[in-house]
Design a protein around this ligand. Structure first.
Ligand SMILES: [Zn+2]
Length: 416
């Protein structure tokens, strides 16, 4: 047996000795009737899954959920092990009560919640389900906790596509006609909630973590854009998952997004620093401070890696600056004192092949701004401001298109 095989066997032995009984003490409470969960598939009517609360976590029956999406499930009663099988045969094995899944028999992945066995069925939380389905079938599959919806964000074409560049559908094929106010120029926006999982981002004086506020604002922004702009919105993460930097622009490129917006909260050794900043990509930082921000957000990526292959972002520079200017104008409307729009070599912007901006919404390192960032209301205001800036950009883009009868760049906004 290979070393890896031994590790996996050891993992399962640990599961069998320690994990099996873990869920025994839990009870499903049929008295409480939480809102049902909505599953969406590109090929069928939405399915409303019955939800039960267990120890404060919502769970729903796994088997009908999987089958609704075109997957199957094998159940081993003796081992209390579930094998989830995706439409292309990829597998995730999970033992009830054990917090890890074995993907394709090769690598372990941690789950946000345990699977439960009750009343002759396996139950799973929507967060755990989304994570497993992303692994075995569709990398764009997400759980939106605000709308309690589990869905692939790209429609039928994408759910059939493998996550390789070659199999990526075009935006036109991937994005079905959207609802009201649809913007012809902006069909799909990727919203990137900075950091996540093991990467907390910057940490405030009273321990507020950047990853928490970026997720809050990104989720709010997604709802606003879907509602007001009628476009598709894809979140690079919809829960507290660690997503490596390189995957974030890759997601946007894969779906040929029209815009990429990365959301962060700023930090500075100067505890008095306050205000919002909107960044666009440039090899050369526009100030020493801008360079420091980029260095923090880039983590361990070295500059040569960033500037290599940055030309496909550079051709969108004018549009990126326009978007940044329009967001900055919204911030200026009494919400936040905007510092000037800056340029810096951010990895996630360099690798995006569409107009892209990175928004540092407020300084989490400043006690007063950290206090604001804790408030959902403030996060919603920031999201609204970013949404309004993007809407204005979409409006200009549409005007331009109807004038020219073809896609084109809108006028330049204020350039720093
Ligand atoms: Zn950040």
């Amino acid at each position: 047996m290979s070393a890896q095989g031994r590790r996996i066997l050891a993992g399962w032995l640990a599961v069998l000795t320690l994990g099996v009984g873990a869920a025994q003490g839990r009870t499903l409470n049929p008295e409480s009737a939480p809102r049902p969960l909505r599953l969406e598939s590109p090929t069928a009517k939405p399915w409303l899954a019955p939800v039960q609360e267990v120890d404060g976590v919502s769970v729903f029956p796994l088997r009908p959920g999987l089958e609704y999406l075109g997957g199957t499930m094998r159940w081993n009663q003796t081992l209390r092990k579930v094998v989830l099988v995706g439409p292309q045969g990829r597998t995730a094995e999970v033992v009830v009560g054990f917090p890890k899944a074995l993907i394709d028999g090769k690598r372990w992945m941690r789950l946000p919640h345990l699977l439960l066995w009750r009343q002759g069925q396996v139950y799973i939380s929507p967060e755990a389900f989304a994570r497993l389905w992303r692994e075995i079938s569709d990398p764009t599959f997400q759980y939106n906790a605000l709308t309690r919806t589990l869905a692939c964000r790209l429609g039928a074409a994408a759910s059939a596509a493998a996550p390789s560049a070659a199999a990526v559908p075009t935006t036109a094929a991937a994005v079905p006609p959207a609802a009201k106010n649809q913007s012809a120029g902006i069909k799909c926006v990727v919203v990137d909630a900075g950091h996540g999982g093991k990467d907390p981002g910057a940490i405030g004086p009273t321990q507020l973590r950047e990853k928490v506020v970026t997720l809050e604002m990104a989720q709010q922004l997604a709802l606003i854009l879907e509602h007001d702009l009628g476009c598709k919105v894809i979140l690079t993460r919809s829960d507290d998952t660690f997503i490596p930097l390189h995957e974030r622009p890759e997601i946007a490129n894969r779906v040929s997004a029209d815009l990429f917006v990365s959301i962060h909260a700023n930090a500075s050794p100067d505890r008095k620093a306050t205000g919002s900043q909107v960044f666009v990509y440039n090899r050369e930082a526009s100030s020493r401070k801008a360079e420091e921000v980029a260095r923090f957000e880039n983590k361990d990526v070295n500059v040569l890696e960033i500037i290599k292959d940055d030309l496909r972002q550079s051709v969108h520079e004018v549009d990126s600056i326009t978007v940044a200017g329009l967001i900055g104008q919204e911030f200026d409307k009494g919400l936040s004192e905007t510092r000037r729009i800056e340029r810096a070599p951010f990895y996630v912007l360099a690798k995006s092949h569409m107009p892209s901006v990175l928004v540092e919404t407020a300084f989490i390192s400043n006690a007063e701004e950290e206090r604001k960032l804790r408030q959902k209301e403030f996060c919603l205001k920031m999201a609204r401001a970013i949404g309004s800036g993007l809407q204005e950009y979409a409006r200009e883009k549409n005007q331009q298109q109807s004038r020219d009868g073809r896609p084109g760049a809108p006028r330049m906004a204020r350039v720093p």
